[in-house]
Design a protein around this ligand. Structure first.
Ligand SMILES: NC(=O)c1ccc[n+]([C@@H]2O[C@H](COP(=O)([O-])OP(=O)(O)OC[C@H]3O[C@@H](n4cnc5c(N)ncnc54)[C@H](O)[C@@H]3O)[C@@H](O)[C@H]2O)c1
Length: 403
């Protein structure tokens, strides 16, 4: 399981897990291979016996990434077609996982990375004769601007394109997925889309750090009634889903072009496939030694609507990213959980890490690795700027993309 080791993979670098889960392609490419999911995906492929994994990312590898003879780190921008073309040469399968993720990035990132970048990967695969592509998708591309997702299967969710998207991120991820779907329909590539929901685990740089920072400075409150139901995905489970999806990529496969959601499924506290968001978050908050969210007054929804509106206006006028906007409010108050029926039936997906193990392990990892770096003097609150960790990451991407 994703864990503690730095120079080795997060699982400690088991030599070959292919016996347990079946073989993987020999030559693999992972775009976004240094991100939260991508890094673990690269490790998983190596652990399952891949001979070469190209990790393609715009940020350079940190000093503590896993150095393994099978892993080749390529630092380049997806918008640089020649670099992408070179990276996918000779690949048996490409996992296109890089994206401009979350609500906090400059607007132009989303189109550049999620649409133009995806088109580059597609065209490069076609030019190099790479047939197989697994796409990291997002369920938020299927969220409507009004309805909750309270236990829908993949087939029951609205299809893309949609009239209204909850965020630029979701709109551009949908656009990228549609490009791939069209190419698959025209038999230019073999492709499936696999989405997680609220990925958690060691090395998460977005979800928990932003919320824990606000909690750590005493500024996080439960939003509204605090009863929203959310499906979670341990990073190992998502990587497992992405890896096994490749087995469905063959000529005539009935699953080509489809969209799957992989979560912790029946291992959630509510076996239908969800957790109560604020109850679980409170475990992480108190796990850091911060005051319980239940010891504070919850923020009423109508007040949050007003604050979110003001924050969005300030963000638009100043360009400064604030944590609380309409998107964040919607995500923290709506029901967002799925029945992973298609993933189970078509991919044979089952979580490899149960929520009851994965969540406490993650809290422990944050206590050991994140908490010592937390500084209340520089941390941001609920409506304030985004976590320093997220800011740092955006800065690197911004510098590289400008070159
Ligand atoms: N984390 C989640 O909860 C979540 C939920 C739904 C879907 N996803 C999907 O999973 C995938 C991975 O997400 P993540 O959480 O690991 O995000 P992440 O931000 O940690 O990783 C994305 C990686 O892509 C790289 N990247 C961005 N722009 C690039 C460019 N122009 N060229 C090359 N590399 C570039 C980044 O440097 C980063 O390392 C994404 O496709 C995302 O849409 C994630």
């Amino acid at each position: 399981m994703a864990g503690q080791v730095q120079q080795k993979s997060m699982s400690g670098g088991q030599a070959n897990e292919s016996g347990k889960y079946g073989p993987v392609p020999k030559r693999c490419v992972v775009t976004g291979g240094l991100g939260f999911v991508g890094q673990r995906l690269v490790e998983t492929l190596v652990e399952r016996g891949a001979e070469q994994v190209v990790s393609f990312d715009i940020v350079p590898p940190a000093a503590n990434v896993w150095q393994h003879k099978a892993i080749k780190y390529v630092t380049a921008d997806l918008c640089d077609y020649d670099a992408v073309l070179k990276a996918v040469e000779g690949a048996d399968c490409v996992w296109h996982n890089a994206a401009a993720v979350g609500p906090f990035l400059p607007k132009h990132f989303y189109k550049n990375v999620n649409v133009i970048g995806t088109r580059n990967v597609l065209e490069a695969c076609k030019q190099q004769g790479v047939r197989k592509l697994v796409f990291s998708a997002t369920p938020s591309s299927r969220f409507t601007c009004t309805d909750d997702v309270d236990g829908k299967t993949e087939a029951e969710m609205p299809d893309i394109p949609q009239e209204c998207y909850v965020a630029e991120y979701s709109a551009t991820k949908a656009e990228g997925e549609l490009l791939l779907r069209k190419a698959c329909k025209e038999d230019e590539i073999l492709f499936v889309a696999v989405a997680p929901h609220t990925v958690y685990g060691p090395r998460d740089n977005l979800f928990l750090p932003n919320l824990l920072e606000a909690a750590g400075v005493g500024k996080l409150r439960i939003f509204g009634s605090g009863t929203s139901r959310v499906g979670y995905t341990h990073v190992d489970n998502y990587c497992h889903g992405l890896v096994i999806a490749e087995k469905q990529l063959y000529q005539g496969s009935p699953h080509l072009g489809k969209f799957y959601v992989c979560t912790d499924g029946p291992t959630h506290p509510h076996a239908e496939g969800y957790s109560v968001f604020w109850e679980e978050l409170d475990q992480a908050v108190t796990g850091m030694g911060f005051d319980s969210l239940y010891s504070k007054t919850a923020l009423p929804y109508f007040l949050l609507r007003i604050i979110a509106f003001i924050c969005d206006v300030i963000s638009t006028m100043t360009g400064k990213k604030l944590k609380l906007g309409w998107f964040t409010l919607r995500m923290l108050t709506m029901h967002r959980w799925f029945r992973i029926t298609a993933a189970q039936n078509d991919l044979g997906y089952q979580p490899v890490v149960s929520y009851k193990d994965g969540w406490p392990d993650t809290i422990e990892w944050f206590r050991n690795k994140w908490l010592p770096t937390f500084d209340p003097k520089t941390a941001s609150g609920t409506t304030g700027g985004i976590a320093q960790q997220t800011v740092d990451k955006v800065k690197i991407q911004e510098q590289k993309m400008q070159k």
